[in-house]
Write a protein that binds this ligand. Sequence first.
Ligand code: ADP
Length: 263
Amino acid sequence: GQRPQGGGQMPLELPTVRSIVTVASGKGGVGKSTTSVNLALSLVAKGLKVGLLDADIYGPSLPRMMGLRDAKPVPSKEHQGKMIPPSAFGMRIMSIGFMIEEEQPVIWRGPMAMGALEQLLRDTDWGDLDVLVVDMPPGTGDIQLSMAQRVPVTGAVIVSTPQDIALLDARKGLNMFRKVNVPVFGLIENMSYYKCPECGHVDHIFDHGGAHKAADELGVPFLGEIPLDLKIRLGADEGKPIVQTEPEGEHSKAYGLIADKIA
Ligand code: ADP
């Protein structure tokens, strides 16, 4: 088959990492990073050892979402050539965002971006992990393809909003995973509905149920729905993810139910 060029061609092995879960989406802005962070925290809450990798090379947002804007990885004394990544909320987090200034655009072509991603994976001292959650770049380009081919991904989850157009893109992602034989855990519908915190009225701002229907059609599990909620947005922007700040809240329960299905 055809492989994207760049980087080595050997499969990447991460001997201290028991499983790798990728979080993908057809397009940007659907809440893939927000979902990655809150799912990773739900896995920590289940007592698992969790790492989080920001593979969104062109738009790293995890340093901000995890409250780590000024953090930097440090060289490991124990493991030559490896970096110990910053930690927050009980997990190690690695991102290209720790290496570049926030205002700097990343202008690498595919092969260079893949090289950088491989380094982040391989040269990070992850320690023993039950699960490494990988926040993928949106879409189905070179990076996604070579990740799927070179890294032993345990399973992928696909995040989508209910709108048809977003779902079309999610279908593309699903087909890509199938082609490269990466198991798909299923679809998550984000921004599924809006419940007014004052009166409890529910609005389906971006339509509703689309992801569930698509999952049925495509023969993959529907993993759950997360509403559009100001607290989720503020938590992500302020580096205080909702699963951390309101562990007993209804949103954390929803993320927790999804986490149960992936690890
Ligand atoms: P992506 O990784 O798909 O580009 P992000 O996770 O960065 O998307 O989310 C895009 C924006 O939407 C962010 O401002 C985030 O806080 C917000 N957001 C994501 N999910 C929700 C949600 N369920 N409710 C409210 N805001 C959300």
